[in-house]
Design a protein around this ligand. Structure first.
Ligand code: CAA
Length: 383
C-alpha cells in the first residue's frame, strides 16, 4: 500500500518535528541522567494537542487520525524516548479506552483533563506474578454496597508516580477467568492507593515506572469502566492501539540512531577517508534504512486500518514485533558504527540503545506478538 500523506498529516508532522527538536531534544540526555519527569514539556505538548490526539475536541482532544498520531509520536521519540512512552500510554491505552468505554461522567471528570494534557494517565494491568498472562492476575475488587474495594499490587506501571488517574484491572469473579476481570478508572488521590517501589531502569529513565499498591481501596461503583467483566476486553483492545504507538516509538528512535550514525560516519576518517566511503559501512547504512522503511510501512498500514475502523489486531502486533526488533538491531549497529565512542555517554547512540531495549518487552513481548499473530492467522484459515 502506498501512503500519500495528506496536507494536514504533513503539517502535523512538521510542526511536531520542529517542536521536538527545539524543545524536547536539547534536555533529553540530561533527563536520562537526572531521571527528571518533564512535566513542563507535557504541559506544552498538551497545549499543542499531543496528549489526546485521537480524542474529539469536545473531550479536550485534537480529533486527529491515527496516522497523524504515529507521525507525531515518532517525532517525539526521535528526540526523547522517555517522553514518547508517556505520550503513547496517555493517547492510546488511557484516553482511547475512556473514550470507547467510559460514561459521560467519567469523560467529564477524567478524559477532558487527560486529553488536554492537564493530567497524566496510567494503565495498570501487570502484576508481580502476571505479565504476559494477565488473566492470572490476583488483584481483586469486591462489591460492598454501592462501592468496590480493590486490593492488590500492580507492577511496572508507566507514570505510576506522576499520574493523576489510573485504569486498573481487578478480578470481580474468581471463577470466570478472563470474563471475571473488570476495569476501574480511579483517581490517584483515592485513599488506599499508594505508589510503591520506583524502578531504577536501564533506559527510559525520565519516565517513571512504579508499583501501584491498592490496599482496602474503596471506589464507587461508578468507577467501573465498561461493565463488570469487560476488563480483559478493554485491556486487549487498548493494547491493540498501544502496540501501534510502541511501533511508532521504535521508528523514531531507529531514525535518530541511523541519522546519528550517518553524521558520525561522514566525519570520521580512517584509512585516509571518511568511513562512509568504505563499502562495509555503506552496506550497514543501506540495511538500517531498509529495515526502518519496512517498519514504517507496517506502522502506517496498521494505523490506516485503525482509521478505516477495520480489525487491526494482527497488523498492530506485526508492526510492534517488527519495529521493536528492528530498533534493537539498528541502535546496536549505530553503536558499532561509532566504534569505541559509541560505548561512551558522549554520544546519544548509547542512550538510544538502552532506551530501545524495552520495546520488545512492554505492551506485550515479541513472543506474545507472535502468539497474537499466529492465533489470528490460524483462526482465519479455519473459516
Ligand atoms: N480486542 C478485543 N478483545 C480481545 C482481543 C482484542 N485485541 N484479544 C482477545 N480478546 C478477547 C477475545 O475475544 C476473548 O473474548 P471472548 O471469550 O468473549 O470471546 C478473550 O479476549 C480471550 O481471548 P484469547 O483467548 O485470545 O486470549 P488468551 O488468553 O488466549 O491470550 C494474550 C491473550 C494475547 C496472550 C494476552 O493475554 C496478551 O496480550 N498478553 C500480553 C499482555 C500485555 O501486553 N501486557 C503488557 C502490559 S501493559 C504495558 O506494558 C503498559 C505500559 O505501561 C507501557
Amino acid at each position: 500500500m502506498l501512503f500519500n500523506l495528506t496536507e494536514e498529516q504533513l503539517m502535523i508532522q512538521s510542526m511536531v518535528r520542529e517542536f521536538s527538536r527545539k524543545v524536547i531534544a536539547p534536555t533529553a540526555a540530561e533527563r536520562d541522567k537526572t531521571k527528571e519527569f518533564p512535566k513542563k514539556n507535557f504541559k506544552q505538548m498538551g497545549e499543542l494537542g499531543l496528549m489526546g490526539m485521537m480524542i474529539p475536541p469536545e473531550y479536550g482532544g485534537e480529533g486527529a487520525d491515527t496516522i497523524s498520531y504515529v507521525l507525531a509520536l515518532s517525532e517525539i521519540a526521535y528526540s526523547c524516548a522517555s517522553t514518547s512512552v508517556v505520550m503513547s500510554v496517555q493517547n492510546s491505552i488511557v484516553c482511547e479506552s475512556i473514550l470507547k468505554f467510559g460514561t459521560e461522567a467519567q469523560k467529564e471528570e477524567f478524559l477532558i483533563p487527560l486529553a488536554s494534557g492537564k493530567m497524566i494517565g496510567a494503565f495498570a494491568l501487570t502484576e508481580p506474578d502476571a505479565g504476559s498472562d494477565p488473566v492470572s492476575q490476583s488483584t481483586t475488587a469486591v462489591r460492598d454496597g454501592d462501592d468496590y474495594i480493590i486490593d492488590g499490587t500492580k507492577r511496572f506501571i508507566t507514570s505510576g508516580k506522576n499520574c493523576g488517574a489510573v485504569i486498573v484491572t481487578a478480578k470481580t469473579d474468581e471463577s470466570a477467568k478472563h470474563k471475571g476481570i473488570s476495569a476501574f478508572l480511579v483517581s490517584k488521590k483515592t485513599p488506599g492507593l499508594v505508589v510503591g517501589h520506583v524502578e531504577d531502569k536501564m533506559g527510559l529513565r525520565a519516565s517513571d515506572t512504579t508499583d501501584l499498591i491498592f490496599e482496602n481501596c474503596r471506589v464507587p461503583a461508578s468507577a467501573l469502566l465498561g461493565k463488570e467483566g469487560d476488563g480483559f476486553k478493554i485491556a486487549m483492545s487498548g493494547l491493540d492501539g498501544g502496540r501501534i504507538g510502541i511501533a511508532a516509538q521504535s521508528l523514531g528512535v531507529a531514525q535518530a540512531a541511523m541519522d546519528a550514525a550517518v553524521k558520525y560516519g561522514k566525519g570520521r576518517k580512517q584509512f585516509g577517508s571518511a568511513i562512509t566511503k568504505h563499502q562495509g559501512i555503506r552496506w550497514q547504512i543501506a540495511d538500517m534504512a531498509t529495515q526502518i522503511e519496512a517498519a514504517r510501512q507496517l506502522v502506517l498500514s496498521a494505523a490506516a486500518m485503525k482509521d478505516r475502523k477495520e480489525k487491526y489486531t494482527t497488523q498492530a502486533a506485526m508492526a510492534k514485533l517488527f519495529a521493536s526488533e528492528m530498533v534493537n538491531q539498528v541502535t546496536a549497529r549505530a553503536i558499532q558504527l561509532h566504534g569505541g565512542y559509541g560505548f561512551t555517554k558522549d554520544y546519544d547512540v548509547e542512550r538510544f540503545y538502552r532506551d530501545a531495549r524495552v520495546f520488545t518487552i512492554y505492551e506485550g513481548t515479541s513472543e506474545i506478538q507472535r502468539v497474537v499473530i499466529s492465533n489470528n492467522i490460524l483462526k482465519d484459515k479455519r473459516k
